[in-house]
Every structure is written in C-alpha cells, then in structure tokens.
Design a protein around this ligand. Structure first.
Ligand code: ZDP
Length: 384
C-alpha cells in the first residue's frame, strides 16, 4: 500500500470527516462536478489508500454528494473501505444530511430527496439535531436481497447455514444492500472475527453480505454486533439495524418499533405497518476538515513517473546540449521523447491542469512572501 503523496506537491481536494455512532466517512461535495461519473477521479485503490487507518486518513468509507441522477435533489455514492461500491448506507446518509446542512446552513425540518443505487432515500433534520431517514421498504424477496435462501414460514428468506463447523439459524433482508441476521442468546460471546468473514463470503449471498448477530433484550430493545461487507467489524450499520428489526419482527422476536443498541450507540428503528417503510432515527457528527492531494493530479504524475521509468536511460545530459525551453520550445517541446526538463514540465502541467487561478495566485503570493522574508533575514538577521 503506497503512502499518500504530499499535499503540497499537488492541488488539494477538500474533504470533511463525519461519523454516525462511530461509523465514519470521508465526505466529498461534488454537486457541481462537471463529470459526475468520474468526479474526483476516485478509484478503488485510492479509496483503499484514503480509508487505511495507518497509511491514509482512516474511515469506514468515502461518500460523494453528486448531481441528481433520477429526479432527486442530489445523488449519493458510497465506497466501502475495501474500495467496493454498495447500494446504500444508513449511517452514511445521516452523515451526508449533516454535511449538507453544515455547508448550506440548513436547519431543523430540512429534508433531502437523495438518489441512490437503492432508490430514493429521504433524510430529515430533527429539532434535537438527530436525523430521521425514510429508508424505504425492505427487500424480502430472495433475488432482491440477493440470497439463495428460500422464503420461510416468517415470510422472508430463512435457513440454516454452517460456518466453521457451527450451524446457525439465519434470516436475510435487503435495504438495497444485503444483510444476514443471526439471533443469538448472548452477542458478546460471539467470535466475530471467526464467523464474520465466513458469513460475508458465504455462497448463499452472491453479492456478499453484511452480517448482524442480534440478542433480544425486550420486545422493544435489541442489541447487535456488526461485521460489514467490505469493511469488517464496525461500530454501527444503519441499513443493518433496519434489516435486523425487519427480520426480528418477522420472526416474532420484537415489535415494529425498537431501540437497537450497537457498539457505537443506539438507533431508533420503526417499520411502519401502513406504508411498509422503515424509518431510522440517529445522530451524525462532524469530526474534522482536511485536504488530500487531488487524485487526478497524482494519477497523472504517477503515470508520468511510470512512463519515465520505462524510458531507456538517457545519455548523461550534455550541458552544452542543455535546451532553454523558454527560448527554443515556443512551438512545443522539440525533443519530447528525450526532454531533459520532462520532470519539471510534467509537474507544471499537472499543477496547471488541476489548480484554479486563485490557487495559483495564492501559491505565488506565499512563495514570494517567504522568499522576501528569507532575503530580509539574510541581510538584517532574523525578524523580531
Ligand atoms: O452494504 C455494504 O457493503 C455496507 N458495508 C455499506 C455501508 C453500510 C453502512 N455501514 C450503513 O450504515 O448502512 C454505511
């Protein structure tokens, strides 16, 4: 895993970090992105680098706010820490609502019509600062989860699965993304590392799955532990909490409205009998703002570097042969395959290609200021 390149070398990409019950995300605002589908030049590799908690910024995922794609106000794309792109995310869409409210200065009552791969999702800012999300109706038809488990007596995909020699009675439901729910007597006794990945990659789930062990404390109070598809153990999963309530109510284990305790804190979930929709209430908090090197600029420079490393070693530069680009290459480089200044030119092109005029001016001003300061210090000794 490569190190993230220095921000100062490339133009910057502003991001903000938000978390919902410790499920944390890097938010990028691309609502005015000219090319939404390639906005930010994000690749799976780049998402993995960013989300790495030691070599990167660290997060469970990356969320993009983009122009609408299906008649909504905007579109949300989410990427898991492993670079995969799931259909929906519950804690993430609450973080997105809080992020937009913070940027645009929205207050309680504000709702957003958000297009996602799981359809239209509608978060609303509540008076107490939490966010209520209309998560839509759950998916309980095997193909829609997707799962190969057949619909059982409880009206949703059910069955027995064996993981690492242990048999578990499970149920499955979708919230646009897949979830397997495993009722157990005591969640804290479950070896998540041993069983989590086994369920995530079980053939009964062709698109992999999120995994939730749940213990019923009371008809309106459940406690769960989460192993997420593409992220591993997390402190909370909003779509998972919704799927867990739907599964547990269908199995007759809880009411249609319950508090779900996750390692990161509680969510209030309600499965409305009339509309068939699931509603989730929970917090979302800003953590910090930062800047990362613009992936497009880094990719361009890395491609250049890779290209250069393939070039046959150039004859040692003959100073006599040194070319003054400014004078000679006015109509473009005269020896593009062997230009002694290729490195500098590539960096300038990358910088010019991805830096706004304002940023360029700031850069120039800063460097002029620091050079002037240095000159004065050389002449008169350090400034008091
Ligand atoms: O479906 C998946 O691959 C999930 N890992 C997506 C992220 C879900 C999330 N944790 C949530 O809260 O629903 C953001």
């Amino acid at each position: 895993m490569g190190r993230l390149p220095r921000v100062s070398t490339f133009s910057k990409l502003q991001f903000s970090k938000y978390q919902g019950l410790g499920n944390d995300f890097l938010m990028l605002d691309g609502r005015r992105a000219p090319e939404p589908d390639t906005a930010f030049g994000l690749t799976a590799d780049w998402v993995r680098e960013l989300c790495d908690r030691r070599f990167g910024v660290g997060a469970d995922g990356v969320i993009l706010a983009l122009p609408a794609s299906a008649g909504g106000e905007l579109r949300m794309r989410i990427f898991n820490a492993d670079g995969s792109e799931p259909e929906m995310c519950g804690n993430g869409i609450r973080c997105l609502a809080r992020f937009l409210a913070d940027i645009d200065g929205d207050g309680p009552g504000r709702t957003w019509q958000i297009d996602t791969l799981a359809g239209r999702i509608v978060p609303q800012l509540l008076d107490d600062g939490r966010i209520r999300v209309d998560m839509g109706a759950p998916f309980m038809v095997p193909e829609q989860v997707p799962t190969t488990l057949a619909v059982g007596p409880a009206g949703l995909p059910q069955g027995e699965l064996e993981i690492d020699g242990e048999r578990f009675a499970v149920a499955a439901a979708g919230m646009g993304n897949p979830h397997v729910v495993i009722p157990v007597d005591r969640v804290e006794e479950i070896d998540l590392e041993r069983f989590g990945t086994g369920f995530e990659h079980h053939p009964a789930f062709p698109a992999r799955t999120n995994v939730h062990f749940v213990e019923v404390l009371a008809p309106d109070h459940l406690v769960m532990r989460v192993w997420e598809r593409g992220a591993g153990p997390t402190l909370a999963c909003g779509t998972g909490a919704c799927a867990t309530l739907v599964a547990c109510h269908s199995l007759g284990l809880c009411e249609r409205r319950a508090r779900l305790d996750l390692p990161g804190g509680p969510l209030q979930i309600q499965w409305d009998a009339g509309s068939g929709k699931v509603f989730m209430d929970g917090p979302a908090e800003h953590v910090f703002d930062g800047a990362i090197p613009d992936p497009a600029a880094v990719a361009a420079a890395r491609a250049q570097a890779a290209q250069r490393s393939q070039l046959p070693p150039t004859a040692p530069a003959d100073p006599a042969a040194a070319v003054d680009c400014a004078k000679v290459c006015t109509q473009g480089c005269i020896q593009p395959d062997n230009c002694p200044n290729a490195e500098a030119r590539a960096r300038v092109e990358a910088l010019l290609g991805t830096t706004s005029l304002d940023d360029l001016v700031t850069l120039a001003t800063n460097s002029l200021e620091s050079r002037t300061r240095a000159r004065f210090e050389r002449v008169d000794g350090p400034m008091g």
